[in-house]
Design a binder for this molecule. Structure first.
Ligand code: KG4
Ligand code: ZN
Length: 339
């Protein structure tokens, strides 16, 4: 079965073709970073408009990349949420329209399910069950992944996502959006111990995260001060140390708590070199193993949506094509979720 995957939940327009037998046949991603850079963050309206312009040509391009025609496509999977509503609607409308035109089934995928199943795109995919640490600009969570559709959230952020904290701290230090990679580069030149920031929630049991206090501590450290280049690097280092230590400690705790030995790291912050080194070392010392999907499968992409969609479409799941709006709708027709 060949599935067309579509991802438009935030600021990447992504399209992929995945074949259950042959694997990934095409994978295109367009990042809108340049479009949003001068605004210092993602502007939802600009994101939606850009998705509208790019999505159909990218689908044509991906089909050509795979050397296929639309007739070869057996099903469509699109990101149905969570994300920016206008951006999501672009992917949803295109997916549902193409499904109708081509007469193939369509399924809406949860964006995080895509991330959690992304390791399946690698030849050395880890077996279920494993613990996943998802750290990106939009989400931060630890989940136990027992199989497709079998997820248990072990902990998540109560406020900012890890990538968001990197980006906000980078902004405070005068670095360009998205500042995570620039902050990491600056931290390389920083010295340990010059700035000690709090390790959020490490002293408490549980696996939730909170990064707003860490961000505030950085604000307090830099506000009203003329920091020279070395001091800025020291602040970056102090921030990265606190962040890495927190993510490593919680990941180890999650492995201990579940009794599992494999940790999968996904999301843009997973590109952070010190996080990778420290996690690899700490998990190995605890007798486990860390799996890092390659960067293009860690950050937002449609290959992961196509893989998740492939599992669900093969199992017979599909959305009804009519989009329903009802002028009259008795309240007592509603049923509780899951019934
Ligand atoms: O997964 P991703 O590409 O997009 C979503 O948020 O969905 O993650 C982007 C985030 C940004 O916040 C970016 O600053 C951060 O990942 N990031 C990094 C590094 N590379 C990307 N943060 C720290 N160190 C890095 N090397
Ligand atoms: Zn994502």
């Amino acid at each position: 079965m060949i599935v067309l995957g579509i991802e438009t939940s935030c600021d990447e327009t992504a399209v992929a073709l995945y074949d259950g037998a042959r694997g990934l046949l095409a994978n295109r991603v367009f990042s809108q970073t340049e479009l949003h850079r001068r605004h210092g963050g993602v502007v939802p309206e600009l994101a939606s408009r850009d998705h509208i312009e790019r999505l159909l040509p990218m689908i044509e391009g991906a089909i050509a990349d795979a050397g296929l025609t639309p007739q070869a496509i057996d099903g469509i999977a699109y990101t149905a949420g969570p994300g920016l509503i206008g951006a999501l609607l672009v992917g949803a409308s295109v997916a549902r329209s193409l499904g109708y035109a081509w007469d193939v089934p369509v399924v809406g995928i949860h964006h995080l399910e895509g991330h959690l199943l992304a390791p399946a795109l690698e030849p050395d995919a880890p077996d279920f069950p494993f613990v996943a640490l998802q750290v990106s600009g939009g989400h931060t969570l630890l989940a136990e992944v027992g199989g497709v559709g079998r997820y248990r959230v072990l902990g998540e952020t109560l406020d900012d996502a890890a990538g968001e904290a990197f980006d906000k701290t980078a902004k405070l230090l005068g670095l360009d959006y998205p500042g995570g990679p620039a902050l990491a580069a600056l931290a390389e030149r920083g010295r340990d111990g010059k700035f000690e920031f709090p390790r959020p929630m490490l002293d408490r049991p549980g696996l939730d995260f909170s990064f707003s206090g860490l961000k505030t501590a950085v604000v307090v450290a830099v506000r009203g001060k003329e920091l020279d280049a070395q001091a800025r690097a020291d602040v970056a280092r102090g921030f990265e140390n606190a962040m890495v230590e927190t993510l490593v400690a919680k990941s180890l705790r999650a492995l201990r708590q579940t009794g599992l030995s494999v940790l999968v790291v996904a999301g843009g912050v997973g590109a952070n070199r010190r996080l990778r080194d420290e996690l690899t070392r700490a998990v190995a010392a605890a007798g486990g193993r860390v799996h890092f999907p390659r960067p293009e499968f860690c950050t937002d992409n449609a290959a992961m949506i196509a893989v998740a969609g492939h599992h669900r479409l093969e199992a017979g799941e599909r959305e009804e094509l009519p989009v329903r709006a009802r002028a009259r709708w008795p309240l007592d027709e509603l049923v509780a979720p899951g019934h």
